[in-house]
Design a protein around this ligand. Structure first.
Ligand code: ATP
Length: 369
């Protein structure tokens, strides 16, 4: 890739509100690119997900997988539908298949509150949260996905897997992120969140964390148990910086984090591996509101900004980093102006939110800031 080449983006809108939040994200990414200049995208949409499985018997077609493999980045809406399941009763989840297929070990879930939101916690310090949950995304308890056993209708077993090969890059990624955040005024702390007091697998997880911590003396390495972390996310979330944890624990903590921001529609994420990355909101397909124009696209839009950050850093393209800051600044400005999505009891739907964010996109905002 040379300067000014368009980034090739594989787009997998998926099911339910996945489609509804994807269109605004693409519109805003294009608008931000036009503002900064020297940046463009070729978006190529592929069908995959539960509806595709229902209609064609395959959830993630080989053509979509190959297009995703070749793309510079992958944008994903949401996939799955409660009534459409595999024969063993589990839900269709190609987003999990992509994590395993591309080795996307680092699930990055920022918890950053937006301006003028209704208070979720009574303490005023909770109005300004900025921390990140890193969910290991290829093993842990999810290593047992599709492999669990039920023995004689008496007993069921799922096995947790923690490997050095995944943990070392996961912890290095976490320490580097804390270092970058520190350079931008962050606290410079990584906490390893586990249950090392009870399980051998987590004691091993923590041991590798401590080994890798010694390579990052400028970042503080803390330990925390999962139960205490759940408490702290409610009791003093403003004291947190980077939390790195196992897949299942991270799944749960990231929903708690979304709750602190106002709901699932505010929570972006990135699933990052050595070569590939998928950017998608933390939320699912929301069948309860699908098709009503009520979906909050903020999480998808902010996931698009995370994609710009990743592309900018990977390819040395400062204009992509600038566009990422621009999108986040526009989202902040739109919310500071009083946006109230249905999700938090307001009346702003998908189209209103998109329109207000686009109106707030102004590169001069960044020059002033
Ligand atoms: P999954 O298991 O696939 O993660 P889920 O069943 O846990 O999905 P979601 O689909 O994320 O849950 O929905 C949880 C709740 O959050 C629902 O009430 C849904 O309407 C709401 N929700 C999720 N995403 C959004 C959004 N973008 N805008 C508004 N509400 C949302």
């Amino acid at each position: 890739m040379t300067t000014n080449d368009a980034f090739q983006i594989a787009v997998l809108p998926g099911d339910g509100i996945g489609h509804e939040v994807m269109a605004p994200c693409i519109e805003i990414l294009n608008a931000a690119a036009a503002q900064v200049g020297g940046l463009s995208f070729r978006f190529e949409t592929h069908q995959a997900g539960a509806m595709h499985y229902r209609d064609h018997g395959v959830a993630l077609p080989a053509s979509a997988l190959e297009a995703a493999r070749k793309a510079d980045a992958i944008l994903l809406g949401a996939m799955g539908w409660p009534a459409i399941r595999y024969a063993d009763g589990t839900e269709i989840a190609p987003q999990l298949d992509l994590r395993f297929e591309f080795g996307l070990f680092a699930g990055v879930r920022p918890v950053r509150t937006l301006p003028s939101m209704p208070a979720i916690l009574a303490d005023r310090r909770a109005a300004h949260l900025d921390f990140v949950v890193i969910r290991e995304s290829t093993e842990g308890l999810f290593a047992s996905r599709g492999k669990g056993v039920v023995i004689d209708d008496r007993e069921a077993r799922d096995t947790m897997v923690i490997t050095r090969d995944v943990c070392e890059p996961l912890f290095d990624f976490s320490f580097k992120l804390a270092r970058q955040r520190k350079a931008r005024g962050g606290k410079g702390i990584v906490a390893c969140v586990d249950k090392a007091n009870v399980f051998t697998s987590f004691a091993f997880f923590r041991k590798i964390f401590d080994e890798r911590a010694s390579a990052f003396p400028d970042v503080r390495a803390d330990h925390a148990y999962i139960d205490a972390t759940a408490l702290d996310m409610v009791r003093r979330p403003w004291a947190l910086d980077v939390l790195v944890t196992e897949n299942m624990f991270g799944d749960i903590l990231s929903d708690l984090g979304a709750g602190l921001m106002g709901g699932m529609g505010f929570a972006p994420s990135a699933d990052i591996g050595a070569d590939h990355a998928v950017f998608q909101p933390c939320h699912g397909t929301a069948p309860d509101i699908a098709g009503q124009g009520k979906a909050n696209p903020t999480a998808m839009i902010l996931s698009g900004a995370m994609m710009l950050d990743w592309l900018g850093e990977k390819h040395g393209r400062p204009e992509a980093l600038q566009a990422a800051d621009l999108v986040r600044a526009a989202v902040d400005k739109a919310f500071a102006g009083g946006l109230k999505p249905y999700e938090i009891g307001g009346t702003d739907g998908t189209a209103d939110i998109t329109r207000r964010v686009i109106a707030a996109l102004d590169h001069k905002t960044l020059e002033v800031a």
